[in-house]
Each structure stands twice: as structure tokens, then as C-alpha cells.
Design a binder for this molecule. Structure first.
Ligand SMILES: Nc1ncnc2c1ncn2[C@@H]1O[C@H](COP(=O)(O)OP(=O)(O)OP(=O)(O)O)[C@@H](O)[C@H]1O
Length: 343
């Protein structure tokens, strides 16, 4: 019955990026989770990379939206359209695809049963034969090669765009977890607010993300760096160029990063002692794009006293784990969604 899953799809439906994984082929689609809608005709103008380019640059009749923004499905129809588009993109790349593959979709662990059902329905509407759900930290742990099915504790911290998911996993289940709606997007917002407050300069989301990625750091750098950015002066209303330092970005990100550190500490406090000992041996593993923020591992190590490791290819762990979980699809059939919290 479960003969070949090579053509089934794993979808990491992220708030920032959506990745599609095909077994034996790897990641075949990697695009921003953005949809551009025409407000007058209510039609889709663009999806993915094309739509992301439109953020902050649309005329009145086009709206670029991120349907998954805060880790929840803000808009069901748009999410369904987006899933459909990504499944089609994957199918286009492999002409041998069946029309109706099984689809495993990865969702934030904080979503409600209703939202979970909405994702399953969206995948079915998009042509999936059967749709399965896997929780994000569980998929991240599989993708980071952690021994999730064994009787040993593994801790994963997945810092994405909309949510940070912290989970302790053992024997195929989430023992304890915490999902907070504080992650990369919140960091970008914090930078926007900081620059506005300090310099009366309004910058866009893309510029603040660039500052975070290029000169951002959780701890001050030994050799501070600077980046020139452009924005709109709120006093004169005119465009202005400004050099921002890495120390300023560290300052701007402090509150957001503290919230992530607190989520990790609280999860550790709730962790059964035997599993804490396993985590002490193996270390806390960071995944998701936020794991790439410089020195976040060092800061977490200092704050928790635990070893902290950034996974290889942190941006891909969830998609890889979602895809690999298709190999154990029978477990998902029997149990509903595997990795479901035992809380
Ligand atoms: N080098 C970097 N430094 C800091 N942040 C980064 C870096 N590269 C990517 N990011 C951030 O990582 C986030 C995207 O990560 P990822 O693709 O794992 O999220 P997602 O899976 O789409 O979101 P979620 O897990 O909330 O559903 C974005 O906020 C992006 O700005």
C-alpha cells in the first residue's frame, strides 16, 4: 500500500519561505511565502519571489500579502492558492509526477485544530490525494539528524520568520515545547522602530532584513561593521542615506533575542531531568533562518550553560525533515499527526 513514496511531496509551509521537498530529489522549490493580489479584480498577480519583490512597491490596486504572517493562516483562500502554486511548480520540474501525490505539510506547533484542518483542506484542494500534518519542531529535529525516534532527549530551537519553536523530543513525540510568535519578522520590526526612534528615518522591511542579515549580531562584534542604507526622512519627507553600525543592530535586537532566550530557558526548566542530561551531552540544536544570526549560539550557550550547535543548512532542516517523514508515513496515518505534543 505504501509502495513508493518517491513522488510524494513534503511542504514546509513557512511564514517567510515555502520549500517543497521530493524524496530522492531534495528541495525542488524554495520561494518566499508571498502572494500579490489585485484588489479590484480579486485575482492573483504573482506568487513567491515575484510577489516578494512587490512588497512595499505596489500601486493602490495590488496588495502583496504574506498569508501565513504570524505563524497562523491569516487568509485561507490565499494560502490554498499559494499551496496550489507551489505544488504545481514542483510538478512542473518533474514531469513524472502523479497528479495526486500524498502531501506532508509542516505547520507551526502552535496552530489550532481548526487551522490544521484548514491546511489539510488547502492541500487537498490543491490536488493532494492525502494530506498529512507534521509539527515544525519535530520536522526540524528530523532534518537536523537528531535521533527523534529513540528514547533519548533532543532539543531543537527553530527560529523562523513568524515563530520560534522550542521543543524537547524523545521516542517520536514532543515531550515539552513552547511556540512564541517572536522570530525573524519581529527582529526586522525592531530594527525599523529603532532607526525611526533614533534617526527619524523610515526604512522598509527589506532594508531592515538586509541590516539584520549583513551586520546583525546577538553580541557586539569585536570589529564593528557598518552598512549604508536608504530611507525616508520623517522630518523633511525626503530620501536620505545613513550609515548604521552593527552595535546599533545588536542594541535594536536585544528585546527580541531576550524573548527567545527566555522561551529556551522555560522549556529547559520544564524538561524531565533524564532528558536534560541527554541534552547536556548532545547540545541544543538551532535551526531555521534565525539560527544564522551571528553569535546567537554563543549568547544562548552563555545564558543556558548548555552546548549550542547551529544545524547544517538551518534554512532547509524543516523541509528536509518534512520530506524524510514521508518515509514513515504509516506512523502518521496511525497517529494523526506525529510529533504531536504529549503536553
Ligand atoms: N543570515 C541571517 N541572519 C539572520 N536572520 C536570517 C538570516 N538568513 C535568514 N534569516 C531570517 O530567517 C527567517 C526565515 O527563516 P525560515 O525560512 O526558517 O522561516 P519560515 O520557516 O518561513 O518561518 P516559520 O518557521 O515562522 O514558519 C527570516 O526572518 C529571515 O530574515
Amino acid at each position: 500500500m505504501f509502495g513508493s513514496f518517491s513522488k510524494d511531496l513534503g511542504i514546509d509551509l513557512g511564514t517567510a519561505n515555502t520549500l517543497v521537498y521530493v524524496k530522492g530529489k531534495g528541495i525542488v522549490v524554495r520561494e518566499p511565502s508571498v502572494v500579490a493580489l489585485r484588489t479590484d479584480t480579486k485575482t492573483i498577480e504573482a506568487v513567491g519571489e515575484q510577489a516578494k519583490k512587490m512588497i512595499g512597491r505596489t500601486p493602490g490596486n495590488i496588495r502583496a500579502i504574506r498569508p501565513m504572517k504570524d505563524g497562523v493562516i491569516a487568509d485561507f483562500d490565499t494560502t490554498a492558492t499559494m499551496i496550489k502554486y507551489f505544488i504545481r511548480s514542483a510538478q512542473k520540474q518533474r514531469s513524472l509526477f502523479p497528479k495526486h501525490p500524498n502531501v506532508m505539510v509542516c505547520v507551526p506547533s502552535g496552530i489550532t485544530a481548526v487551522e490544521q484542518r484548514a491546511v489539510e483542506d488547502a492541500a487537498k484542494q490543491a490536488g493532494a490525494r492525502e494530506a498529512f500534518i507534521i509539527e515544525e519542531p519535530f520536522a526540524a529535529a528530523i532534518g537536523a539528524d537528531l535521533p527523534v525516534w529513540e528514547p533519548t532527549g533532543s532539543m531543537v530551537v527553530d527560529i523562523g520568520g513568524g515563530t520560534t519553536e522550542v521543543a524537547v523530543i524523545s521516542l517520536g513525540g514532543i515531550v515539552t515545547s513552547r511556540s512564541i510568535r517572536v522570530a525573524g519578522d519581529e527582529m526586522d520590526d525592531a530594527i525599523i522602530q529603532y532607526i525611526k526612534r533614533l534617526y527619524n528615518l523610515m526604512i522598509g522591511e527589506r532594508t531592515s532584513e538586509q541590516l539584520k542579515m549583513e551586520i546583525g549580531s546577538a553580541l557586539q562584534l569585536e570589529k564593528p561593521e557598518t552598512l549604508e542604507i536608504r530611507g525616508r526622512d520623517l522630518v523633511s519627507g525626503l530620501p536620505k542615506t545613513l550609515a548604521i553600525t552593527s552595535d546599533e543592530i545588536t542594541d535594536a535586537l536585544a528585546d527580541t533575542i531576550n524573548a527567545i532566550v527566555d522561551a529556551v530557558k522555560i522549556t529547559l526548566e520544564k524538561c524531565p531531568p533524564e532528558l536534560s542530561a541527554d541534552i547536556m551531552d548532545r547540545g541544543i540544536v538551532l535551526t531555521g533562518g534565525g539560527a544564522l544570526l551571528r553569535n546567537l549560539d554563543k549568547l544562548l550557550q552563555r545564558e543556558t550553560g548548555m552546548p549550542v550547535i547551529v544545524a547544517d543548512n538551518p534554512l532547509d532542516c524543516v523541509a528536509i525533515g518534512t520530506g524524510r517523514s514521508l518515509e514513515n508515513i504509516h506512523l502518521f496515518k496511525n497517529r494523526g499527526s506525529s510529533g504531536r505534543s504529549k503536553r
